[in-house]
Design a protein around this ligand. Structure first.
Ligand code: NAD
Length: 268
């Protein structure tokens, strides 16, 4: 490909396994000549993320970072400072909610479940931007992953939709704050992809079927398509874009009525 990220260093938070959207993004960044720093959440993930990092590129650095623990964020900052690392790109690909809050009616969401989803899935972007923006001394690009449930009701997505709404609003406020130091902040709203997190949403495979039947492209989006949009936003090609939510969803979000319903009415 085109070495769009040559000379750039990207910190990617959210690789858990090969199915993670962050992993597809890491693959595309390496293809474009970028250097990677990956983080993992907890000892349980350490060996897998180290192995994936090595496979992606032998010079990948791998560090511990649970975003709910400020000390771990500070440790990553201190390690990078000690190595005189300058960051150009940050990918925040992190979300969590209790499984029961992704299957029962939203009205039954507990206070703790609501706050947990907000902390891990929305506030963490603010915490990450605060911690790492000072290392983006030549400006840069921060990106996060959102979903249509931020702006429309997607049954069972519930508390995560509310967290994504906060995440997308945070993108806009961060873009405003960090624009003067030439740091851009954007979200990619990805169509549904079968990953470990996605499986926690009740009836997730029905979401995949619904998109394939109704999206303008009549299929689901591929993780590699999400990753190529991340390359665009991370690279100089995206230099005029900030505070945006870009949909990579085979066009599903433009639909007002399901295609299937429209086709039935044509048949009449
Ligand atoms: P995934 O399970 O592979 O990734 C989620 C990541 O979040 C994991 O790496 C996990 O370790 C990390 N995480 C959770 N809590 C954390 C914490 N306290 N500290 C640090 N890391 C933590 O699933 P994914 O689908 O690749 O999810 C990545 C992002 O993409 C999420 O924000 C998700 O909401 C978003 N997204 C996913 C889809 C989809 O259908 N898969 C669609 C749109 C957006």
């Amino acid at each position: 490909m085109a070495d769009l990220l040559a000379g750039k260093t990207a910190l990617i938070l959210g690789v858990a396994n090969k199915w993670s959207l962050a992993y597809a993004i890491a693959q595309a960044f390496v293809r474009e000549g970028g250097k990677l720093i990956l983080t993992y959440q907890g000892e349980r993930q350490k060996a897998t993320v180290q192995e994936l990092g090595q496979e992606l590129s032998p010079d990948t650095e791998v560090l511990a970072c649970d975003v709910t623990i400020q000390q771990e964020l500070d440790n990553v900052v201190n390690t990078l400072r000690a190595g005189h690392a300058k960051l150009d790109v940050i990918v925040h690909s992190i979300a969590f909610a209790n499984r029961e809050d992704l299957s029962r009616p939203f009205v039954e969401t507990s206070r703790d479940g609501y706050l947990l989803a907000q902390e891990v899935s929305a506030y963490s972007l603010v915490a990450v931007a605060r911690a790492f923006a000072p290392l983006m001394t030549d400006g840069g690009s921060i990106l996060t992953l959102s979903y249509l449930g931020a702006v429309r009701v997607i049954p069972n997505y519930n508390v995560m939709g509310v967290a994504k709404a906060a995440l997308e609003a945070s993108v806009r406020y961060l873009a405003h704050d960090l624009g003067p130091v030439n740091i851009r902040v954007n979200a990619i709203s990805a169509g549904p992809v079968k990953t470990a997190s996605a499986r926690a949403v009740k009836d997730f495979s029905k979401m995949l079927d619904g998109v394939a039947a109704n999206a303008p492209l009549r299929r689901n989006a591929d993780p590699a398509e999400v990753a190529d949009t991340a390359v665009f936003l991370a690279s100089n090609l995206g230099r005029g874009v900030t505070g945006n939510v870009i949909y990579v969803d085979a066009g599903f979000q433009i639909m007002g009525l399901p295609t299937a319903a429209q086709e039935q009415s044509h048949d009449r």
